[in-house]
Design a protein around this ligand. Structure first.
Ligand code: AGP
Length: 602
């Protein structure tokens, strides 16, 4: 949610900011803006929509050498130019970009209005700019960069909430920054300095970077980079090697979403390669797991949908109590858990605010924490006792596809590992190679007519039992999130207890029936909807008798694999269908309206 960038150096600052904002666009894309400065002026440019709109508007400021930029996902106030960042102080000297939420902004705003400040936007961020002006005016001493930094620290000490901030002042030769509960990184390259919400921005700029911790502040000046804490004590930080591969090209695909669906095979390969090495899971010992009597798996959205599969497979395999939780519920309505719990956090970004808050709770309760995470430099990955990377590579489309596959597969690996430790079973990843060979991504042309059909529907109902219900959960989130068609998953057995009332002539009902043991039950439920006028689509690996098959408008015949990995084979067609539904409805599958890739606010 929101991407921020800052630069102090020798290159044309507007070019750098725009280029880096483009890389951060996945974090929010409703509006964007930059503020740049030369020795006499500060210039702000903002535009609604994507970075390309901002780029078209920017007219370089002569000899500008520092600046800040922002790409927005609106939290407070509509996505209009006035609400786009940077925001200015009343004297128009301070410019601020912000990622996060200031919870006490209303009180601060009222107070600042009483003191004569004028607000132009509906954002929480604007109070920071006004407060900086106010705080700075009350500080004694000469107007040095240190004084500007002091103003930032004192201002932030008055803020409640989360923030990653980039700040400049018309009269100061520095870029200031602060972090609390929103990601922020800084890098140096031979007299140039850069800060960004994602270290990906530093690829091609520096070989290493500094990861800011909550409560860190700092500034970039012409000659140096300084870090300090909230008491203005200087702190030393150790650089981290920048070990990232940029995969921001769609290659021959029209969109990242489709490209990333095709990447799934490589993700499985990467997982096999990593987890086949003995040392990868060396932290997962018998001793570590000895105290564990229950497992809680926590995530949001698609990561939660992977978590439910993980919980079921672990429960079945290990015979201990395993359940999955939506992170926002877990943090406010936690189950009974403690030191005997293994709390597994699933996240593509590793930045999701509710997941991080749930992690803090689990740590406070003494649980053994494990992250199953794609972004290896993320706060989540760095903060758990043990971490298991997804190795999916950069996932750029907002709709998670390959990372979801990666999460299910890594949870499967963890279940195998756990089992091998407690029951001394073998740890054999052979089934993953089989899985990879059975993926049917190339059947894409076969799924397109189904997508075309469903793109005309008002609503879709999806049915399943057990793992099939979990696939329905994920298929629905993909379809809703990319095509904006209402799609709801139901436990097949629950239909008669209410949802059946929704079925009318022409309602599309999609049944997942991939488990032979319960096939007839689910098919019977589907038939009940057909009897009320529903048009049926079936997803199954099982060959139906001709007569029975004729009752379905389409049958998606998936390959068969034993056990929970069937869910991976089942979801691929629906990722592709969601992609094409989005296209047929004229949407951008990579950038669904109202959403963002990284959800750093509650
Ligand atoms: C779905 O396609 C989404 N991208 C979304 O549900 C996502 O899985 C969720 O926001 C959690 O994000 P995370 O995996 O980065 O924590």
């Amino acid at each position: 949610m929101c991407g921020i960038v800052g630069y102090f150096g020798k290159e044309p600052v507007e070019d750098i900011l725009i280029k880096k904002l483009k890389l951060l666009e996945y974090r929010g894309y409703d509006s964007a803006g930059i503020a740049v400065k030369n020795s006499t002026s500060l210039k702000v440019t903002k535009a609604v929509g994507e970075i390309s709109n901002l780029k078209a508007k920017v007219k370089p400021l002569n000899s500008a050498y520092l600046g800040i930029g922002h790409t927005r996902w609106a939290t407070h106030g509509k996505p209009i130019t006035t609400n786009a960042h940077p925001h200015l102080s009343t004297d128009k000297c301070w410019a601020v970009v912000h990622n996060g939420i200031i919870e006490n902004y209303e009180i601060l705003r009222e107070d600042l209005i009483d003191k004569g400040h004028h607000f132009l936007s509906h954002t929480d961020t604007e109070v920071i700019a006004k407060l900086l002006e106010q705080t700075f005016a009350n500080l004694p001493g000469d107007d040095s960069c240190d004084k500007y930094l002091t103003a930032l620290v004192n201002t932030c000490n008055a803020l409640d909430g989360s923030f990653a901030l980039g700040v400049i002042n018309k009269k100061a030769d520095c870029v200031l920054f602060a972090k609390n509960n929103s990601p922020l990184y800084v890098a140096v390259n031979n007299g140039e300095f850069m800060m960004a919400s994602d270290p990906t921005c530093f690829i091609g700029f520096s070989q290493s970077y500094f990861a800011l911790c909550d409560g860190d502040f700092g500034m970039m000046t012409k000659s140096c980079l300084t870090f300090c804490d909230k008491n203005l004590n200087k702190i030393e930080k150790t650089p981290v090697e920048l070990n990232l591969v940029y995969s921001g090209d769609t290659n021959d695909f029209n969109h990242f979403m489709l490209k990333e669906i095709y990447d799934s095979r490589r993700v499985i390969d990467n997982i096999i390669e990593l987890y086949s090495k003995k040392e990868t899971l060396s932290g997962f010992t018998k001793e570590t797991f000895k105290r564990i009597t229950n497992i809680k798996i926590i995530g949001c959205g698609s990561s939660y949908n992977a978590a439910v599969i993980g919980a079921k497979m672990m429960q079945e395999r290990l015979g201990i109590d395993c359940s999955a939780y939506v992170a926002s519920e877990f943090r406010y309505s936690p189950p009974t858990f403690g030191k005997n719990t293994m709390a597994i956090f699933v996240s593509q970004s590793g930045e999701t605010a509710d997941v991080l808050a749930a992690l803090n709770l689990a740590k406070a309760r003494g649980a053994l924490t494990v992250s199953v995470v794609n972004v290896e430099h993320s706060a989540l990955s760095k903060s758990t006792d043990l971490t298991m990377p997804l190795k999916a590579g950069m996932e750029i489309a907002v709709a998670s596809t390959k990372a979801y596959v990666g999460a299910v597969v890594v949870l499967y690996v963890l279940a195998l590992k756990f089992d091998s430790l407690i029951r001394k079973t073998g740890f054999d990843l052979q089934q993953l190679s089989t899985l990879k060979d059975l993926l049917q991504i190339e059947k894409e042309p076969e799924y397109q007519p189904i997508a075309r059909l469903l793109s005309k529907a008002d609503k879709l109902m999806m049915l399943g039992r057990g793992y099939d219900y979990y696939t329905a959960l994920e298929a629905c989130i993909k379809i809703v999130g990319t095509s904006y068609t209402s799609a709801t998953p139901y436990f097949a057995g629950e239909l008669k207890h209410g949802p059946l009332a929704l079925v009318s002539k022409g309602t599309y009902v999609i049944a997942f029936a991939t488990d032979n043991d319960i096939l007839t039950k689910t098919l019977a439920n589907a038939e009940e909807t057909a009897a009320r006028g529903a048009k049926l689509i079936l997803c199954t690996p099982i060959e139906l008798p001709k007569e029975q098959a004729s009752r379905f408008v389409h049958i998606i015949k998936v390959n068969k694999i034993d056990g929970p990995l069937q869910t991976v084979l089942n979801i691929i067609p629906w990722q592709i269908i969601a992609y094409y539904m989005s296209l047929y409805k004229g949407n951008n599958p990579d950038r669904p309206r109202n959403l963002a890739k990284s959800v750093t606010v509650e």
